[in-house]
Design a protein around this ligand. Structure first.
Ligand code: COI
Length: 355
């Protein structure tokens, strides 16, 4: 590690810990007391600091507000029984942040700025990591363009920040999803595999339309033919059909390279569970629902963890999924992942960073 990295800390004059109800945590409603900030100017990240969370000044002409030049990440810290903080696969998030940044012409955040910024923030806001079962501290790193310039070109100034938020479940119950065949989230050659802010803004309108019809989320299909399942709005998506786990590959650049997705595939292969990374035709999904060969469907994501799907709408028709068996793959994988994340089993894969 570069020993010259210094992070200034300014503590909040008052903590909001006391007024936070940790027994009723939803997702993303509460931000912890402090935030990490670094500024990019003249080719270097500088002015690294942890300061009280709150409104901040930005240039109103910046390319984030006008052109969406911004990327983000999501990872989580868990508390083990000994009170240590465990961050799950933070190195993978740091790499993916920089992959997203490269696609959006944003300079990379060096590993040590990301890791030491996160370490310092967790040190200052350690008490914000929930002790309640099933809860965690969601960590949201993001980079945005900060120039004062209205022309179209990559910004010359950026801000990298990390916020944290104590969270419970993203989806409190199994979700109903609708296969989307009109709007597109991503196309080949586009920005679908990047965690770019605009990808999420563009998905709001079709998602809201589906929500008005009573569905929680969309199942996006490929942007060209709308015949193959790609991912869901807040998560990758997986199906168990005839005892095989099926999920879309991430080779087309249209699908987010989910770290939970990757972890589930690694664990499934270790368990000897048959896995197919292939594009599932909507027609095959519908046939599997009609014939009863679809055993389980679920989303995977940092925020969503493993989110069970109980209903799928295809071309206007609702299909209810069968009751899960007592030995359901999605239940087993959720438990296996949780045991690793909360430090209940040994970390055999180097996925845990202790703080
Ligand atoms: C995450 O799972 O971390 C995400 O970024 C999904 C988000 C849109 C809540």
């Amino acid at each position: 590690m570069n020993k010259t990295l210094t992070i200034r800390v300014t503590k909040a004059s008052q903590s909001r810990l006391e007024s936070t109800n940790f027994d009723a945590l939803a997702f993303g409603q509460i931000i912890s007391d402090h935030m990490f900030v670094a500024e990019y100017e003249d080719g270097a990240w500088q002015n690294l600091r942890v300061e009280p969370y709150g409104p901040m000044q930005i240039n109103p002409a910046n390319a984030t507000l006008h052109y969406g030049q911004s990327v983000f990440e999501g990872l989580k810290a868990y508390r083990n029984e000994a009170g240590e903080l465990l961050v799950f696969r933070g190195d993978a998030n740091q790499r993916r942040l920089n992959e997203s940044a490269a696609r959006m012409c944003i300079p990379e955040v060096p590993e040590e700025v990301f890791m030491e910024g996160m370490r310092k923030l967790l040190e200052v806001d350690r008490e914000w990591v929930p002790r309640q079962p099933g809860c965690s501290l969601y960590i949201r790193p993001f980079i945005f363009a900060a120039d004062d310039y209205l022309g179209i070109r990559p910004s010359r100034k950026y801000t990298f920040m990390i916020l944290t938020s104590p969270v419970g479940k993203y989806y409190a119950k199994p979700v109903a999803v609708k296969v989307e065949t009109q709007y597109a989230r991503a196309i080949e050659g586009g920005t679908g595999s990047a965690k770019a802010a605009g990808n999420y803004a563009g998905s709001l309108f079709p998602a809201l339309k589906a929500q008005k019809e009573g569905y929680d989320q969309l199942l996006w299909t490929d942007g060209k033919t709308h015949q193959y399942i790609e991912e869901s709005g807040t998560m990758n998506v997986m199906f168990v059909i005839n005892g095989t786990l099926i999920t879309a590959p991430t080779t087309t650049g249209t699908i987010l390279k989910g770290i939970t997705r990757d972890s589930v595939l690694i664990l499934a292969r270790e368990m000897g569970f048959p896995v197919e990374e292939r594009f599932l035709p909507v027609r095959e999904l519908e046939e599997s629902l009609l014939s009863g060969t679809l055993e389980e469907a679920f989303g995977t994501g940092t925020a969503a963890t493993v989110a069970f799907i109980h209903l799928i709408n295809i071309h206007g028709k609702d299909y209810l999924l069968p009751e899960k068996s007592t030995n359901a793959f999605s239940d087993r994988i959720l438990k296996t992942l949780d045991d690793i994340k909360y430090g209940k089993v040994a970390d055999e894969r180097g996925w845990i960073m202790k703080f």
